[in-house]
Design a protein around this ligand. Sequence first.
Ligand code: DX5
Ligand code: ZN
Length: 231
Amino acid sequence: MKTSDIRIAPSILSADFSRLGEEVRAIEAAGADLVHFDVMDNHYAPNLTIGPLVCEAIRPHVTIPIDVHLMVEPVDALIPLFAKAGANFITFHPEASRHVDRTLSLIREHGCKAGLVFNPATPLALLDHVMDKLDMALLMSVNPGFGGQKFIPAIIGKVKALRARIDAYRATDGQDIWLEVDGGVKADNIGAIRQAGADTFVAGSAVFGAPDADKGYRTIMQQLREQAAPK
Ligand code: DX5
Ligand code: ZN
């Protein structure tokens, strides 16, 4: 895989919220492929973060897609709000929706790409009957709730298993499904995660917590990309 086939999605959970417009402009200028937008409700996830109003506020600041990761329960009522606020991808946790197939359809009906998110202990079997409704499958490599947690090594095997599923599905003429990994992704493990088969990488604290001598996240973005696809 070429470096250009690797997508980096900085999570703004670790950005400076008092300067969010500036922060998202900086990551786009530094080569980010997506803005990862973590929504937590203090019910499904043990934290309270940002909603559609913030999505709408950052939308004019970037041209890259906004990748909304819903860690909320219930899910459905927020979909039209995020679609209207300019979200491009909307992913949710299957445990948080009573009717997973319906929620996936609802996301596409609102003109967004749809994805399911798997917590570390959630089995991939939940994919069995909905592959045709997915544009993305997101594997959590930490438990939802906070930036800056440590990558759970057992997820490498799960990435491999998901890669095999997606490849087998594509071989039967199925659509492309992005394989995203979220949680504890750093320059020193992104290569192994890529080797296991991921193509899209969320990085929050690694990007926004970087020393950033260049004041624009260029060094860390380049490092992540290079480590993901060593020459
Ligand atoms: C965790 C969030 C992640 C988190 C990633 O619940 O879904 O997107 O912000 O942050 P890091 O990269 O710091 O683990
Ligand atoms: Zn996330």
